[in-house]
Design a protein around this ligand. Structure first.
Ligand SMILES: Cc1cc2nc3c(=O)[nH]c(=O)nc-3n(C[C@H](O)[C@H](O)[C@H](O)COP(=O)(O)O)c2cc1C
Length: 134
């Protein structure tokens, strides 16, 4: 699998929000906007749970998730598919708690959703649309 490097990483880091999709054990989908997120490595991203409810319930039923990120200025976008797990303490949680506190002191992180990315697809309009990066 191609990693979260170069242009993909750039689009994620510039993106002001992430669309985070989960589904329950019956395949009923749930997609929510997320503002707090970060690239952890070439194959991992972290979303910060402040208000998640159904998303967390779905991850326990079905850890396969998808994230969509895009840059409206350049019209570049990517879809990431992977496997999620939730952590409510530890180093990453502490980092997330600090991030939320510094950006929006009135909010509090409840946990972090760590996603191991399996596949990356191009969503940018153009000849590569739909292609898997690999
Ligand atoms: C612009 C925007 C940014 C948001 N950012 C976050 C976020 O970073 N973390 C979070 O847990 N919820 C965030 N929310 C709330 C979620 O979209 C969602 O409503 C919440 O997680 C509960 O949804 P769920 O019960 O389907 O998981 C945001 C909502 C909006 C509109």
């Amino acid at each position: 699998m191609a990693g979260l490097t170069g242009e993909v990483k750039g689009v994620i880091e510039k993106s002001k929000g992430w669309a985070f999709a989960t589904s329950d054990e019956n395949g009923i989908p749930n997609v929510v906007p997320i503002a707090f997120g970060k690239v952890l490595s070439e194959s991992q991203v972290m979303l910060i749970d402040v208000f998640m409810d159904k998303s967390l319930e779905n991850i326990t039923e079905n850890p396969k998730v998808a994230v969509s990120v895009w840059d409206m200025e350049t019209l570049k976008g990517y879809q990431l598919k992977g496997t999620a797990r939730v952590e409510t303490n530890g180093e990453l949680f502490d980092e997330a708690a600090k991030m939320v506190k510094s950006m929006m002191p009135q909010l509090k992180a409840k946990g972090v959703v760590i996603i191991d990315i399996d596949k990356i697809y191009v969503t940018s309009p153009g000849p590569d649309i739909g292609k898997e990066l690999g």
